[in-house]
Design a protein around this ligand. Structure first.
Ligand SMILES: Cc1ncc(COP(=O)(O)O)c(C=O)c1O
Length: 436
């Protein structure tokens, strides 16, 4: 039995009639009986077409940092919209958002765009133009959006795509990418200091950038080993490589200043999206003056009709203001710590080997072993099937994490301590149901 109720099932059939597989992103397709159609969201809750209510820990894959339909954000967008939406000129709202990002994230310059994919795509081009080099390093299990160059050894890859650990290959994640693109990307296991150093020493003359999700936000929030970012910073400085933090998931979520603040490290370029607009389409590329000023009218392109569009920018202005003036992350962290501890206790009690990974605002559950995972290959050696079974039991009972253990549990400001208690009760029942 799937998780769709009768009405959801019926409307999903209609969705399939007009939309390939009934979804506008493949990541949303869970199969014909398990793909939901949502009618609305408010605060930490969403409701499906059968009016079933869920405590939402997916939060649209992470962007909803405050809560669904958060009144202060909606109001700012409504007010701004009355003035028109797109002008192909700079607006004061754009300046306000860029100034906030500059202050919160210690960035010299900021360019706005609309999605994480656009932000990483432009960051790669800037890094290439800045260095005059073409290749880049990324890490296995990291996802940097739908750009051809990044679609190798992502979190959607199978172990067999990655090659031997000591000699990794870049496994393509999708059909439709020209073979030659593979020559530009090097995928390495996360947290491998030696392989990183060896690779950079061998390849640095061709290396424009290292792209890193500062923690594996697309693989159960696996954390960096102490010193890994520092090592990368040192090597990037030594060899003139642009260090790019992809903070599409961690930005404005794990700290107001994102992973740079959390881990105490400064990248050269940073990409933001998701939480910066509480779910509205808005993203940014931010960074050091000398790298950002590679953007030059006439010689180094960055553009987009909707870059700086009023809807996204107004949402970001309101969201960032709330982050700066209210204890958003602090509150989320308290709730997240209680959840992480409660889940840890329940799994221990149930005798299920596990590690609770990540940070309170976006944590992961690694099942099947008590050994901390340090990279994507470690994660794949765990029990993803058991995770999926538990998550399906949770969803049937009104608590909705993602069905895939690679996607972290995301928390928002609207989540109350009662919601946490309810989640833990449901988690206990779900584990018992699976054990039976
Ligand atoms: C780390 C990271 N970078 C980039 C992206 C792409 O962002 P978008 O889906 O907004 O294009 C994602 C999406 O999940 C992401 O997690």
């Amino acid at each position: 039995m799937g998780i769709q109720g009768e009405k959801t099932k019926a409307i999903f059939q209609k969705a399939k009639q007009f939309i390939p597989h009934g979804v506008n992103s493949n990541f949303r397709y869970w199969g014909d009986d398990d793909t939901l159609v949502v009618s609305r969201g408010e605060g930490t809750y969403i409701w499906d077409q059968d009016d079933r209510k869920y405590i939402d820990y997916r939060l649209g894959f992470g962007p909803v940092i405050l809560g669904h339909a958060y009144p202060a954000v909606v109001k700012r967008v409504e007010e701004a919209l009355k003035m028109g939406n797109v002008f192909a000129w700079t607006t004061p709202l754009e300046i306000s958002v860029a100034e906030r990002i500059s202050r919160m994230c210690n960035a010299d310059k900021v360019r706005l765009t609309n999605t994480g994919t656009e932000a990483t795509f432009h960051a790669l081009r800037i890094a290439r133009a800045h260095t005059g080099r073409e290749k880049f390093i990324k890490f296995e299990g990291q996802y940097h959006g739908m750009v051809d160059y990044f679609m190798y050894s992502t979190a959607s890859s199978e172990l067999g795509d990655l090659g031997p650990r000591e000699n990794p290959v870049s496994g393509v994640t999708t059909k439709g990418i020209p073979q030659a693109i593979q020559d530009y990307v090097i995928n390495l296991p996360f947290n491998d200091f030696e392989m990183l150093e060896e690779t950079i020493e061998r390849e640095w003359k061709d290396l424009a950038a290292i792209f890193i999700e500062p923690m594996l936000g697309n693989c159960a929030s696996v954390m960096p080993k102490p010193g890994f970012h520092e090592k990368m910073r040192e090597l990037c400085d030594k060899y003139g490589i642009v260090m790019v933090f992809d903070e599409v998931k961690t930005g404005f979520r794990i700290a107001n200043g994102g992973a740079q603040e959390y881990f105490g490290i400064q990248a050269d370029l940073v990409t933001y999206a998701k939480a910066m607009g509480n779910g509205f389409p808005i993203a940014a590329i931010a960074g050091k003056e000398e790298v950002m000023m590679t953007i030059q009218p006439g010689s180094m392109a960055h553009g987009g009709t909707y870059s700086g569009n009023v809807v996204g920018v107004a949402a970001a202005d309101a969201t960032l203001e709330i982050l700066e003036t209210q204890p958003v992350i602090e509150t989320i962290n308290q709730r997240g710590e209680a959840l992480m501890k409660g889940i840890d206790d329940i799994l221990t009690e149930a005798g299920i080997p596990h590690v609770v990974t990540g940070v309170p605002s976006m944590f992961g559950l690694f099942l099947g072993s008590d050994e901390e995972p340090y990279d994507f290959r470690d994660y794949l050696a765990g029990d993803g099937k058991l995770y999926e079974e538990i998550s399906m039991e949770l969803i049937k009972r009104g608590v909705q994490p993602d069905g895939d253990g690679r996607e972290p549990w995301f928390l928002c400001y609207a989540l109350s301590s009662d919601d946490v208690d309810e989640t833990l009760n449901v988690f206990n029942d779900a584990v018992e149901a699976v054990k039976k």
